[in-house]
Design a protein around this ligand. Structure first.
Ligand code: NCD
Ligand code: ZN
Length: 346
């Protein structure tokens, strides 16, 4: 077969993005807006985005931070807490302020300490979301401190997700940034109401990568990268053409100093190199013809949105990308920055 050196796909969307706020928002947004027409914006700011008014204001700040001429559309989300009011969730949804709500088990990840401590506390919220057709986006890790960090997703999938789905059989759920065979198989078995996003980094690194030649703080994210067999299962899921898996980068910028620290925080900044990394993976798996489904079609189909009109072309060959971007006096390290991707945006 002749080697494909260029591929044009319908304009993709990113179904899981952390844009932060202020100077960080202004620095990172152009990278996401350069690749994606729309993005699901995570609400884990400090303080979190819990009201429709907060979300509308945050959306305004994102729109104002777009580069001139950009038509990028942020799709906002509601951060669920123990005291979330179902009426507020429905109001924000009806008014078109937010499209989904995010469940962070309390303390599971960065800025998740206001999250939900007990799913029973949001039962009426989930019932309402089911009724109005509003998707629930889940950070799927148990917060039981006794559970090994590498097992936290599998335990969540085994013990917490099944009763949640049973209690709300009509609820649309996205298991975000899946990292394990267990999650992939569970999602397959519960599609189409259940779907999953898969990040570029979890397709490219395994847990050994975190310690290659020394500790690699910029590869530390949650859920943490798992064993190689899990990475291979994720690659099959992403590139296999199944509608229940779609693109979500989980691009999660942190200043260098917060990463390279005695207690560094979780999150990989993959916005600038996301599509290049995904394309490399699909190429390596001999599945370039399925990239468009994963990147541009499956997500809109799940969310009940139209696909985008435009297109984007990628070409084989690396283009030097920054190793880090400036944010005020600080810097944020780019995942696979430098010239480490084998595909570029044409
Ligand atoms: C995210 C962040 O920094 O906000 N970090 C991460 O490791 N992925 C939060 C999250 O999505 O878990
Ligand atoms: Zn995230």
């Amino acid at each position: 077969m002749p080697q494909t050196d260029r591929i044009t796909i319908r304009q993709p969307d990113d179904w899981h993005v952390h844009l932060r706020d202020g100077a960080m928002l202004r620095a990172v947004l152009p990278w996401t807006a350069a690749q994606f027409a729309r993005a699901i914006i995570m609400p884990n700011l400090t303080p979190p985005v819990t009201t429709a008014a907060d979300a509308a204001a945050y959306r305004g700040r994102i729109l104002a931070a777009r580069p001139p001429g950009s038509t990028f559309q942020p799709l906002m989300t509601c951060y669920l807490t123990d005291s979330t009011d179902p009426d507020e969730v429905e109001r924000g949804h009806t008014q078109g302020v937010w499209v989904a709500a995010k469940l962070y088990p309390a303390g599971a990840t960065t800025n998740a300490h206001h999250g939900v401590t007990d799913l029973n506390r949001i039962r009426t919220v989930l019932e309402r979301m089911q009724r109005i057709g509003m998707p629930l986006l889940v950070h799927g890790e148990t917060t039981d401190p006794e559970v090994d960090i590498f097992d936290r997703e599998a335990v969540f999938v085994d013990q917490i997700l099944p009763p949640l789905l049973r209690a709300h059989p009509g609820l649309k759920v996205v298991l975000e940034h899946v990292t394990t065979i267990e999650a992939v198989e569970f999602v397959r078995a519960h599609a189409p109401n259940l779907a999953a996003t898969i990040t570029p980094h979890h397709l490219l690194i395994n847990r050994t990568s975190l310690f290659q030649g020394g500790i690699r703080p910029h590869l530390y994210c949650l859920p943490i990268a798992k064993r190689e067999r899990h990475r291979l299962a994720l690659r099959k899921a992403a590139t296999g053409g199944e509608a229940c898996f779609f693109l979500g980068t989980d691009t999660a910028p942190h200043p260098v100093g917060a990463k390279e620290a005695a207690c560094g925080c979780a999150g990989c900044f993959v916005g600038p190199t996301a599509l290049q990394c995904y394309t490399q993976v699909f190429d390596e798996e001999g599945a370039l013809d399925r990239l468009e489904g994963f990147a541009s079609r499956n997500g809109p189909a799940f969310y009940g949105l139209p696909v985008n009109d435009g297109s984007i072309t990628l070409r084989r060959g690396s283009t030097p990308m920054p190793n880090a971007i400036a944010v005020g006096d600080d810097r944020v390290t780019v995942f696979r920055g430098g010239a480490e991707t084998s595909w570029s945006i044409a």
